[in-house]
Write a protein that binds this ligand. Structure first.
Ligand SMILES: [Zn+2]
Length: 407
């Protein structure tokens, strides 16, 4: 009799375990997964940190935790391809806590699960960045490696051409292929094209894209775009500080060589930052077919306190410039993953890591500013309700996943 009871007990436990095969089930949301061409009311089930199933009407009884996302968007975790998150490295205004911010402090509250650092480190100090920051963060941190050996350490180091070593840069990329996604050229103040050419050489040696973040007028926009290869990324695409980096001419028309570069396959990233986004450039560019491929925020301590604010705020600007929700989510997920050649990310494919954003679309009266203090009014705004990183809830704005308090 006792043996029968034990067998029965085991059978029941097995049945319960079988019944609750998922750890997390997000039900009834509008699932937008551009890679898989999904846009509709679906349920998303997660098990062991991975996307287990995306389907209509997955039974709630099959999951240990169930979240009702009625009226909300459910998307892959957002990817920000332009950030500065190498905190605490040196007492310098570029590569330390004064400029960089801590990724976890800003990512999840904006639905972001992956950030890419834009060359705050170079091959010399990447190992410190990895051990001190990347390995200790919950946010997935990837990196473009600066062609300057010590990254953004200010003058004179970042001006030292003798320390721009294509071979060492490529070797470091090959040593950390899971983390380093490309090379960055930027912030060089001289007129010599050697830094740009060395960065391209490193890209060719390591088969990775180049991120171009040149602020200064030493290189003309036309020359930069001509040197770039298909799949290379220009950031601060809608900047209006100098003639050199404006994609729009004095008549409000996109310059022909810019459209040629786009046709060639050069990718245009927003790179909002403190100075990199102006409505005077972005609005006509969008109307003339030069919308952004990705919404890189250029997150740092100054941009997050000015017009940029967050990746979702940039996405909200484009929402109020009449880009469709689906097109916006595509640029913040699958397009971003493809641009850094990380096609394992940016989707809700079954078996993919369970990085998920649950986003509300607020209606009301909102204002959005650019780098010049110009404002547009809008009636809609994205807000991150819930963020899941590798199956774990890491942000829950309104306690959707929490148990009700009983008095
Ligand atoms: Zn930047």
């Amino acid at each position: 009799m006792r043996i029968v009871l034990v067998i029965l007990f085991c059978f029941c436990m097995f049945h319960v375990a079988q019944a609750q095969q998922y750890d997390l089930l997000i039900k009834n949301g509008r699932v937008i997964d551009p890679k898989n061409k999904v846009d509709g009311k679906m349920d998303v089930a997660v098990a062991d940190g991975k996307i287990s199933k995306v389907a209509k009407d997955i039974p709630a009884a099959q999951s240990k935790k169930v979240i009702d996302a009625t009226g909300l968007l459910v998307t892959p975790g957002l990817i920000d391809i332009h950030t500065h998150v190498f905190t605490g490295s040196k007492p310098d205004i570029f590569a330390d806590g004064i400029y960089s911010v801590s990724a976890d402090d800003f990512s999840f509250k904006s639905g972001v699960t992956t950030v890419v650092d834009a060359g705050t480190s170079g091959w010399r100090n990447f190992p410190v960045f990895k051990s001190n920051v990347i390995d200790k963060s919950q946010t997935r941190i990837l990196s473009f490696l600066n062609i300057a050996g010590s990254g953004m350490t200010g003058n004179p180091d970042q001006e030292d051409i003798t320390d721009m070593n294509a071979q060492m840069t490529a070797l470091t990329i090959k040593k950390y292929p899971d983390i380093i996604v490309g090379v960055k050229i930027g912030h060089y103040e001289g007129k010599d094209w050697t830094p740009f050419d060395r960065a391209l050489e490193a890209c060719n040696l390591a088969s990775v894209p180049l991120l171009v973040e040149c602020h200064l007028p030493q290189y003309s926009l036309e020359d930069q775009l001509n040197k770039m290869r298909p799949g290379d990324i220009i950031t601060h695409s809608y900047e209006k500080i100098t003639e050199r980096l404006s994609v729009i001419d004095d008549n409000g028309t996109v310059r022909p060589y810019v459209l040629e570069a786009k046709k060639k396959g050069v990718l245009f990233d927003v790179g909002h930052g403190g100075y990199g986004f102006w409505f005077s450039e972005a609005v006509p560019a969008l109307k003339q077919g030069l919308g952004p491929d990705t919404f890189g925020s250029d997150l740092h301590r100054f941009s997050m306190n000015s017009g940029m604010k967050s990746l979702l705020n940039i996405m909200s600007k484009y929402l109020n410039l009449n880009m469709s929700v689906n097109d916006i989510i595509q640029r913040a997920t699958w397009n971003a993953a493809k641009s850094i050649k990380r096609e394992d990310l940016g989707s809700l494919s079954e078996g993919a890591v369970a990085d998920i954003a649950v986003i509300s679309l607020l209606n009301g009266n909102f204002g959005f500013t650019d780098a010049g203090g110009n404002k547009i009014n809008g009636t809609q705004k994205f807000e991150a309700e819930l963020t899941v990183r590798a199956g774990k809830i890491v942000w829950d704005l309104n306690g959707m996943a929490a148990a009700p308090f009983k008095k």
